[in-house]
Write a protein of this length. Structure first.
Length: 69
């Protein structure tokens, strides 16, 4: 695997984690909007917060892990 191919695959992995986090946040927002009782709303809030955390931390951690020396 060449360096360019490896860099492209890593970039795709970072973008995929960001997209998965956005999809999770949207799912949580839909759950919050459609929930009728508070346990379902609390689950939606937890999903949104976890997705926002994933969106902020995981791509940065991957980039730090894969940083060239």
């Amino acid at each position: 695997m060449t360096a360019d191919t490896q860099a492209r695959n890593r970039w795709f992995a970072i973008v995929a984690t960001r997209l998965a986090a956005v999809a999770g946040a949207v799912l949580g927002l839909i759950l919050i909007a459609r929930a009728t009782d508070w346990p379902d709303k609390a689950l939606g809030v937890a999903i949104v917060l976890a997705a926002l955390y994933m969106m902020a931390v995981v791509p940065r951690a991957l980039a730090h892990r894969w940083r060239s020396k």
